[in-house]
Write a protein of this length. Structure first.
Length: 289
């Protein structure tokens, strides 16, 4: 917890965890925007905690793929695409098992006695992912881009909604206190989001940036359905674009994933999700450390 301490007439921000302490000078008076400064200070503290490991992961991953034959790289994309598609679909309640997903995407076998909608969306998600990682990298990600992604996944299953932002209020069944962007505010919030995305400094921590694209987009919740899947696609496309390892959020870990998202949204503080994301990313990419 970040606190304000006063020593010899001067104020400081202080955070201490597991014997590690960081301080930041404030001055003789406490600034009016102290709560925002606390959030920024805490983010700086944790950035220092995870940044070395993140940079090692990226460096070693880029070294690995540098001389990788294109055919092997495509096979790796296909393998990740299957696992990613299974988990991102399952997180949202898909009835397809991992073996169902593999049979469908590798062998073209339609799973018996499973939802036709789940089957179509699984195939469409995988096809889009493979198209994105085997095509020329996008210079910009825009509202038009994301609407097209949504349309490509859901054009056969969400008729009238695919490729369009929602026209009604949405919420979370498990937590009524969380409210997403109101319908009239969606265009404004999306413009701010894509302006922010396309102004990002690529020299800064890309993994943190990918995490925040996920958090910010899903917090706007511009679609009637499919927000989680699109936000995880944006996240992984950012990582792909800047040659970083992908992020695989496993269905088995959905409780901690949703809990971190909800806590950040309830407290209006991205740090809770960011902490979860970075710890999870390092753990799932430990082979590059």
């Amino acid at each position: 917890m970040v606190i304000v301490v006063k020593e010899r007439g001067f104020n400081y921000l202080r955070h201490n965890i597991q014997g590690k302490e960081k301080r930041k000078y404030l001055g003789k008076t406490i600034p009016k925007n102290i709560e925002q400064l606390k959030k920024e200070f805490l983010k700086e503290f944790y950035h220092e905690e995870w940044n070395d490991n993140i940079q090692k992961i990226i460096k070693n991953y880029q070294k690995e793929i540098k001389n990788l034959p294109q055919s092997i790289q495509i096979k790796n994309f296909e393998s990740f695409g299957i696992t990613f598609t299974y988990n991102t679909q399952r997180i949202e309640g898909s009835s397809l098992s991992q073996s169902d997903t593999k049979d469908l995407l590798v062998h073209g076998v339609t799973p018996a006695k499973k939802s036709k909608i789940d089957t179509i969306e699984t195939q469409k998600h995988y096809d889009l992912f493979i198209k994105l990682v085997t095509s020329k990298k996008l210079l910009r990600i825009t509202k038009k881009t994301i609407l097209q992604w949504h349309r490509e996944i859901f054009d056969q299953t969400k008729i009238g909604e695919a490729g369009s932002t929602r026209s009604h209020r949405v919420g979370i069944i498990t937590n009524e206190k969380i409210e997403f962007t109101s319908v009239p505010e969606i265009p404004k919030k999306l413009k701010e989001f894509f302006d922010w995305v396309n102004k990002h400094d690529s020299k800064k921590n890309i993994v943190e940036f990918a995490a925040m694209t996920h958090y910010k987009f899903v917090s706007i919740h511009p679609f009637a359905d499919g927000n989680g899947r699109i936000s995880r696609l944006i996240m992984n496309y950012i990582l792909f674009k800047y040659d970083c390892p992908f992020m695989l959020i496993k269905n088995n870990d959905r409780r901690s994933y949703f809990k971190s998202l909800e806590k950040s949204q309830l407290k209006d503080d991205e740090i809770y999700f960011l902490k979860w994301f970075m710890k999870y990313y390092i753990k799932t990419n430990k082979q590059y450390l």
